[in-house]
Design a protein. Sequence first.
Length: 200
Amino acid sequence: MTGEFGRRVLLLVVSAPSGAGKTTLCNRLLADCADMTRAITCTTRAPRGAERDGHDYHFLSAEEFNRCVADGEFLEHATVHGYQYGTLRSSVETGLKSGKDVLLVIDVQGAAAVRASARAAGGLLARSHVDIFISPPSLEALRDRLQTRGEDTPAVMERRLAGAPGEMAQASAYRHQVVNDDLDQAYAELRSIIHAEHGR
């Protein structure tokens, strides 16, 4: 969608294995790009720490979430570790129609669902959809980053590492792939992709 905004607006879907740097890269994007907004995910889990409803997540009851599923309100939804997560179609479309890029940071399962939904919906969703996979330079580098980060128990870290090869095998389904070996270089590549897609 171009015209009145002078550029194509983007539904930017970003995925990566845990520890590959997607959160750092995406937070930097949001800080640098005034015309970009993050789609806020709905979840049935309880808030953690200082998380706020409507800012970090939309916290819904299981009944509310299931009603949204039944009414077809989600662009994608999935159950992860016993909790439900989903992205409201209306929040994505509202952002795009306002002329803002909408950033969606989700796993490969959610990204595949968005890809399918965008193709099926056509129109604005299909025209704006761009997906990017962030890869670590190697599984060994990913292990080092997760250990350095120190946020996970050894069992959780091993589970993340066990899932990484399967996630990385899905990278070819994405329009763009960025290897995060050097953070500044990866960020520059990400910005270059977005700039090119704005003009496509």
